[in-house]
Design a protein around this ligand. Structure first.
Ligand code: NAD
Length: 499
């Protein structure tokens, strides 16, 4: 029988009481491995109360002491990377190496956050008026919610939660109900690292839990990562309830291949960025845009054999380039898009449908798929497919390629492959996209820089991690103080100035 998962509240493993559960499956075998409780509004309330009780003590903990917990957590995640990767592989399906890569990206955030005393520094101006000094201080917000997607079950809770607790908040992670185990284990590691009970909560659930956080009067901020439909809803509902909200959402990332690009390098880059993690990455490249007929012919010629020879397997197959999709519904959705592409007239060069692996016949596998002659009016161009499907959409010149990028509703990442610095610089200036790669296919910034898209790939104006994260997870107070205090000016009824 499938094991029953729990919530992590106040340092305790707490059984779900709503009576509602979701199945968690191993995507390689199709077997249900666990059932995860789905929190009710009452359970959300209880988790928030526990987190609220833990918040003041943690907020008052000196920043070097908070940093010591972060150092310990960095060490624990590093030591447990194998266990975490195994959990991700079993529930998400990505290969172990890929899982280790995402955990390393989470460790990068922990390393950045170890410098928290520096990030919390305020501002000071002395003698702004008669013996008056003005200084600003940063304070944590309280209990903040973090709603995370299935595709990076460790990295994304780290993106937001590590920074949230580093700044002194209590954090409630609501992981994806499709692969919650690694996020729960992360919560347990925080306890071992010395984070006080209640500062990091893992509350499992679905829409009801998310709504519970969005409407809770004691949750002042929500960080969300997931699809655009849900992210827009979270942003609108949260801000309507006067919360601070940041939503990082869906994508359709283009890679421009200029005629002077090294075509072998570009083709290899497209393979990793298009098919790694079975295309289930918000920074995956899903549209290749060769500029000119010669570049199109060169890139397509190289892609076909590479896509045909993609190695597909379960997460623990060291030879596999990519694993299965997350659910059978995801497989149906992706294969539905492939049918739609054919119906709308795109040229199907490699068809990943009907992929079956010996011994894994019930797995949710779809093979690598390649389309050519995709046009901007087609559904497979407009929608985020979130699977191993790469579309070649040819552009006649550089301006048309830029217009395609800027014409799309999504604007998370984009890349250009070229040997021409002028073209790369002009491109970087002209595209309205959050993250740009020049000869870098997946330009996910390091933890000490900022992550975030533009247009319908992000709602809210703050970025993920990097120094700017302080703006999302803290509020500022500004103090004007006069010392010595004995000066008497008499009552002053006009607006005070320093002149
Ligand atoms: P999703 O939107 O289905 O789920 C995200 C979270 O929202 C989960 O915790 C889920 O339980 C919750 N949720 C789902 N439906 C909800 C509803 N109706 N109301 C309230 N909450 C709901 O996303 P997913 O399928 O888990 O993840 C894939 C999506 O995430 C893709 O669109 C991908 O591009 C996007 N993503 C974006 C980024 C980024 O940084 N921009 C990063 C990773 C993933």
């Amino acid at each position: 029988m499938a094991k029953e998962l729990y919530h992590l509240i106040g340092g305790n493993k707490v059984k779900g009481t709503s009576g509602r559960f979701a199945d968690v499956s191993n995507p390689a075998t199709g077997e249900v491995s666990a059932r995860v409780p789905l929190a009710s509004t009452e359970e959300v309330d209880s988790a928030v109360k526990t987190a609220m009780a833990a918040f003041p003590g943690w907020a008052a903990t000196p920043t070097p002491k908070r940093a010591a917990v972060l150092f310990a957590m960095r060490q624990l995640v590093t030591e447990n990377i194998g266990t975490l990767a195994e959990m991700i592989g079993q529930e998400h399906g990505k290969t172990l190496e890929d899982a280790r890569g995402e955990i390393q990206r989470g460790i990068d955030v922990l390393e950045f956050a170890c410098g928290i005393p520096h990030l919390m520094k305020g501002e000071l101006s002395t003698n702004v008026g008669g013996d008056i000094d003005t200084f600003s201080i940063r304070e944590p917000l309280g209990v903040v919610g973090g709603i995370t997607p299935f595709n990076f079950p460790v990295m994304i809770p780290c993106w937001m939660g590590v920074m949230a607790v580093a700044y002194g908040n209590a954090f409630i992670n609501k992981p994806s109900e499709r692969d919650p185990s690694s996020a729960m284990y992360l919560g347990e590691l925080w306890q071992q690292a010395g984070l006080p009970d209640g500062v990091w909560t893992v509350l499992n659930g679905d829409k009801e839990a998310v709504d519970g956080l969005l409407h809770h009067p004691d949750v002042p901020a929500i960080s969300f990562v997931g699809s655009t439909t849900v992210g827009e809803y979270v942003y609108q509902t949260g801000t309507a309830n006067n919360k601070r909200v940041q939503s990082f959402c869906g994508a359709k990332n283009h890679m421009i291949i200029m005629p002077d690009a090294n075509m072998d390098q570009a083709a290899d880059a497209l393979m990793g960025a298009g098919y790694g993690s079975a295309g289930e990455r918000c920074m995956a490249i899903s549209v290749a845009v060769p500029v000119g007929e010669q570049a199109a012919a060169e890139i397509v010629k190289r892609l076909i054999p590479r896509v045909q020879s993609l190695r597909i397997g379960p997460y623990n197959d060291p030879e596999a380039d990519m694993g299965p999709l997350i659910t059978t519904q995801a497989k149906d959705r992706v294969e539905g898009y492939i049918a739609k592409g054919v119906e709308e007239g795109a040229e199907l060069l490699v068809d990943g449908r009907g992929t079956s692996l010996q011994g894994y016949e019930n797995g949710f596998f779809t093979g690598g798929t390649l389309f050519d002659k995709v046009t901007t009016d087609m559904t497979i161009y407009k929608d985020e497919i979130f699977g191993p499907v790469l579309s070649v959409a040819r552009a006649k010149d550089f301006d048309e390629a830029v217009a395609m990028v800027n014409g799309h509703e999504y604007a998370n990442g984009v890349a250009i492959f070229t040997q021409d610095g002028d073209a790369a610089r002009t491109f970087s200036n002209q595209v309205d996209v959050g993250m740009i790669g020049v000869n870098v296919p997946i330009p996910v910034p390091m933890a000490f820089h900022h992550f975030g898209g533009s247009k319908r790939s992000k709602f809210g104006d703050t970025q993920m991690h990097g120094p700017q994260s302080v703006n999302f997870f803290t509020k500022m107070k500004t103090v004007s103080a006069r010392w010595p205090s004995g000066i008497r000016e008499g009552a002053q009824f006009t607006m005070p100035t320093n002149r």
